[in-house]
Design a protein around this ligand. Structure first.
Ligand code: S6P
Ligand code: ZN
Length: 191
């Protein structure tokens, strides 16, 4: 058969997802972010240093993947698992990124936990969509995105996006997301 240049023909496959644990046991890529990887991301830098020291640099979040070719037409997918907790008053969160190919979107299906998908465009629009088990959040093209865990158990999502999208962490780190998610006296505050 003929294929289109730039899009490989591969065999179909299936991968197990442990929905309760929020893991992909057969993952060949497991990206791990520890508290020390989050330096520069939280407002309360001293609280982050205390967390790193007192809890021996605990696990912050993981991404489980069985990769497909990074090519037009393929769909990349993963399990994202973010631990619960606060740094000072700020809820644990992922770094967040724009896609390198900024005109590509993403779907997050929340499998477990509670939190927010925090999003921002480069021209200053802001949005935060609640996440809970069974909620699908659509991240449109052009929106930087970060998950925030506002609950007391891991926040687990299944993500799908264009395999050639890529990740641009630098721009949103410079810009900031405009708002942050805090837990204060049992209340979740976005400001
Ligand atoms: C990939 C997708 C997720 C995140 C993961 C970790 O496009 O949005 O898999 O990579 O939630 O977040 P981050 O911001 O550290 O990549
Ligand atoms: Zn993404």
């Amino acid at each position: 058969m003929e294929t289109v240049a730039g899009t490989s023909l591969i065999d179909p496959f299936a991968v197990a997802v442990d929905v309760d644990k929020g893991e992909m046991p057969e993952a060949t890529n497991r990206q791990v972010r520890r508290a020390s990887d989050m330096r520069g991301y939280y407002v309360d830098e001293r609280a982050l240093e205390r967390l790193i020291e007192q809890e021996s640099d605990p696990l912050h979040y993981e991404v489980f993947e069985v990769p497909v070719p990074n090519e037009y037409g393929h769909l990349m997918y993963c399990i994202s698992k973010l631990q619960p907790g606060v740094v000072g008053e700020e809820c644990f969160m992922t770094k967040g990124h724009y896609h390198t190919q900024v005109n590509t979107g993403e779907i997050y299906l929340c499998l477990r936990g509670e939190g927010y998908m925090v999003m921002k465009t480069s021209d200053g629009r802001f949005d935060a969509q609640p996440m809970e088990r069974g909620k699908m959040v659509y991240v449109p093209p052009y929106w930087a995105h970060r998950s925030v865990n506002a609950g007391s158990e891991p926040l687990v999502s299944f993500c799908v996006y264009n395999a050639e999208a890529g990740h641009n962490y630098g721009d949103i780190q410079t810009e900031g997301f405009l708002k942050r998610v805090y837990r204060r006296g049992g209340e979740v505050v976005i400001e």
